[in-house]
Design a protein around this ligand. Structure first.
Ligand code: HAM
Length: 420
């Protein structure tokens, strides 16, 4: 065992499988870019209050899972457990909401939650997220959901399901809260659960204990308390989803793990992932900017879990077999061959062809072994004869077929380049 190990519960990606992680992440990003979202690159740590105020004290994320520490200047700092609160902090700080609306942003990177590690649940994990800020109409809710859905489709995923509900506007939530609090007061609960329900009574819908689940089976549902405005917004979201062919299930008991949500909320689950089946989720957060000291601007977004989406794609066997394939692998067998090979390599790379070479004095056998291991499409042996004749054989690695070619970069680029 090596002297040092990675901290418990983190996800790490290294060759050869890191190509798959990169492929998945890039597909998710690409879907956001196709819909006009631009990159926002933010720090992985923020003032702790950004999250306590933004995400909410009733959540597990804030109350149990944050990596919080004091920096050398005595400030309380937290490693970001999620992206939305930090994006809002940046939007307010840099006045991004003063221009054309909606502001459409995407981000990607590591997030940190001190959860109990298990398959698909990590303490450092990766998300691709988007946020559309400053526009309130149902089309933007549907656009955000559609960006996630098309990313999953681009990855060839099939066995996922979209759950949606609406938390309504503040007056709908207030009407429901009164009834829910009344209902909860009739239940026998421990002190901790009572304290939690006082911060946010909706949290009890998310309680995993059987007795609470049973008790909450008869609780009043927010969806039944939507006023006409919230109801028609949600109706329009559903209509538009159907219009663009996105299937959904309405789940009125769905509670997201963060407190800032209002209106449309949604989650994507994957059928083959077991307990940690949530591959992404999001929703509207119309009061968040305001609670962080900004203007009263609405927003909606999602976070997609790259680690879990990769697991889902592997489970569905939907990833291409060869990613970032090396097209040509050069095997030099003499000093001169090394020199020539090195020159050709740099010319091929300048032409955008992925290529590599056997370093060190490996000889023919060792060099071919390295070519084989690299997964290259073609190999090329270069010795003194090839150089003096100006001719060489490209070997198609899959079946050993030899293709003769002149030993010039331009000819090799043509041959290898055309085969892509
Ligand atoms: P979230 O539902 O907390 O939402 O996280 C989004 C996704 O991140 C989850 O669906 C899951 O795939 C992944 N994820 C969360 N925790 C872990 C973990 N410990 N290990 C592996 N994957 C994990 C948010 O974070 C919101 N900021 C999304 C959002 C953006 N809402 C509005 N805008």
């Amino acid at each position: 065992m090596s002297k040092f190990q990675a901290p418990k519960g983190v996800s790490e990606y290294f060759p050869p499988n890191s190509d798959q992680f990169e492929f998945v992440r890039d597909k998710l990003i690409n879907s956001a870019k196709l819909a006009g979202y631009s990159l926002i690159e933010l720090p992985v740590f923020e003032d702790t209050e950004v999250f306590t105020r933004g995400v909410g004290e009733s959540t597990d994320v804030v109350s149990k899972e944050m990596y919080t520490f004091e920096d050398r200047g005595g400030r309380s700092i937290t490693l970001r457990p999620e992206g939305t609160a930090g994006v809002m902090r940046a939007v307010i700080e840099h006045n991004l909401d003063r221009g054309q609306l909606p502001v459409k942003l995407f981000y990607t990177g590591p997030f940190f939650r001190a959860e109990r590690p298990q398959a698909g649940r990590y303490r450092q994990f990766y998300q691709v997220g988007i946020e559309a800020i400053g526009y309130n109409d149902p089309e933007i809710d549907v656009e955000v959901i559609a960006v996630a859905d098309s990313a999953f489709k681009a990855l060839g995923l099939k066995q996922y399901k979209l759950n949606i509900t609406s938390l309504g506007d503040s007056s709908s939530r207030a009407a429901h809260r009164t009834e829910l609090v009344k209902f909860i007061s009739t239940l026998k609960l421990d002190d901790e659960t009572i304290a939690r329900s006082k911060l946010n009574p909706l949290r009890l819908f998310d309680d995993k204990r059987d007795e609470i689940k049973q008790a909450m089976a008869k609780a009043p549902l927010l969806l039944d308390f939507l006023n006409s405005e919230s109801k028609s917004h949600f109706e329009e979201v559903k209509r538009l989803l159907t219009e663009i062919g996105i299937e959904y299930t309405i789940n009125p008991r769905m509670v997201r793990g963060l407190d800032y949500y209002t209106g449309t909320t949604f989650e994507f689950d994957h059928a083959l992932l077991g307990a940690q089946s949530g591959i992404g989720g999001g929703g509207r957060y119309d009061g968040l900017m305001n609670s962080l000291g900004g203007s009263d601007v609405s927003g909606i977004g999602f976070g997609l879990g790259v680690d879990r989406i990769l697991m889902a794609a592997l489970a569905e066997n939907s990833l291409p077999v060869e990613l970032n394939q090396i097209k040509l692998f050069i095997v030099p067998i003499t000093e001169q061959g090394k020199n020539e090979g090195f020159k050709i390599l740099s010319q091929l790379r300048a032409a955008g062809i992925t290529c590599d070479m056997a370093y060190g004095d490996r000889g023919l056998k060792g060099g071919m072994k390295a070519a084989d291991k690299s997964g290259a499409l073609y190999s090329l042996v270069i010795g003194d004869d090839e150089i003096s004749n100006g001719k060489c054989d490209l070997k198609l690695m899959s079946n050993g077929q030899l293709i003769s070619s002149s030993l010039t970069a331009s000819e090799l680029i043509k041959r290898v380049g055309n085969s892509i």
